[in-house]
Design a protein around this ligand. Structure first.
Ligand SMILES: NC(=O)C1=CN([C@@H]2O[C@H](COP(=O)(O)OP(=O)(O)OC[C@H]3O[C@@H](n4cnc5c(N)ncnc54)[C@H](OP(=O)(O)O)[C@@H]3O)[C@@H](O)[C@H]2O)C=CC1
Ligand SMILES: CC(C)(CO)C(=O)C(=O)O
Length: 317
């Protein structure tokens, strides 16, 4: 008789909107999920996590296996890293919570976010990237609003898997966790390319929400902001292509139309502005600009947006 396959132990590093939402969904699906928190630790330890979802209804998880220090967490087979790309010192935390040969899945926006983490992690750990196509934000301590979408697409970055079959097996294992929790998840054969593609949305909307103080509905209702969004999207496509990546024809138009159908949405960068947290400018703007420049491609509109955001970010203390 075949023995039952043990479910992996999952650690959430950074239980905010993304970590809280996916962690809660995985825990409710029966996975053993352990949540690392910082400012919201006491609230979540006392009252649990709550997700008010326009897709799944009102969901709660109480009690929560909550931790204020990684050293107290059990060794985790999968670590879902959902702290912002601006959060310093994640590598030692990950190392403390990782089981031998653990899979570290970085659920952040931006380009090359895995590269900087990889440098500080032991070779024995796998690093994967997850692209979250979702609209979630923190409403209050342990309370998350989920407005729309939800998929996580997974790709392999680096680590001990030394051939395509081994890498794809791990990607499928990661995608399988989300699917088991009722979340759509596709395997991405080229993580770097997929990160460029996601920037076609994040570069215009994240930055313009901060610069113009506007959510997606007003941005999509005004002729000037529409033109600006489309011009910025076209530059991201140009940058991706200069770096050798394929962006399918019509992809920017598809994202533009998708945004028209989305409920009114404030991108996560706007929430950072509001709460006086650092903006994710390095990952979402500086790295793509530098990569395009190195490939001989100037992106003047994105550069102007980046400089304006830098000004705002430095004064937002
Ligand atoms: N929100 C969204 O809809 C989407 C977000 N993303 C990306 O996902 C990533 C996460 O975003 P989001 O969930 O919105 O951000 P949040 O600010 O809601 O969550 C980040 C969480 O990480 C915690 N954290 C940071 N550093 C540490 C640490 N050292 N130890 C423990 N906890 C820590 C924060 O704690 P504290 O409470 O102390 O700040 C916070 O709870 C970003 O890269 C974002 O761009 C991608 C797609 C959609
Ligand atoms: C809104 C959406 C779906 C765009 O890709 C998103 O995932 C984000 O805010 O980063």
């Amino acid at each position: 008789m075949m023995g039952a396959v043990a479910k992996p132990t999952i650690g959430i590093i950074g239980t905010g909107a993304i970590g809280g939402f996916y962690g809660l969904m995985l825990a409710r699906a029966g996975f053993d999920v352990h949540f690392l928190l910082r400012s919201e630790f006491s609230a979540v330890a006392e009252r649990g996590l709550q997700v008010n979802s326009a897709v799944h209804g009102a969901l709660t998880l109480n009690p929560v296996q909550a931790y204020s220090a990684a050293k107290d967490m059990p060794p985790c087979d999968w670590l879902l890293v959902a702290a912002k790309s601006t959060s310093p010192g994640l590598a030692p935390i990950i190392i403390e919570a990782a089981a031998p040969g653990a899979k570290v899945l970085l659920l952040q926006n931006g380009l090359d976010v895995e590269d900087s983490l990889r440098e500080s992690l032991p070779d024995s750990l796998h690093v994967l990237g997850g692209l979250c196509l979702i609209c979630v934000h923190r409403e209050g301590p342990g309370v998350i609003t989920h407005q729309a979408l939800g998929a996580v697409n997974v790709g392999y970055h680096s680590g001990p898997a030394n051939d395509d079959a081994a890498r794809m097996a791990l990607v499928e294992e990661g995608a399988g966790l989300f699917r088991a929790a009722g979340i759509d998840s596709q395997a991405m054969p080229n993580l770097h390319q997929a990160r460029w593609q996601k920037l076609v949305w994040n570069i215009p909307y994240n930055g313009l929400s901060v610069l113009l103080g506007a959510s997606t509905t007003p941005l999509m209702a005004d002729a000037d902001s529409r033109a600006l969004i489309q011009a910025l999207m076209a530059e991201v496509v140009q940058g991706a292509q200069a770096c050798g990546h394929v962006v399918p024809p019509g992809y920017a138009d598809y994202l533009f139309m998708m945004t028209e159908k989305m409920p009114d949405y404030w991108p996560s960068m706007y929430h950072d502005l509001l709460h006086k947290r650092p903006l994710e400018l390095e990952a979402i703007y500086a790295r793509p600009l530098a990569a395009a420049k190195a490939a001989g491609c100037e992106l003047p509109r994105i550069e102007a947006l980046y400089r304006a955001l830098g000004f705002i970010d430095r004064r937002n203390v």
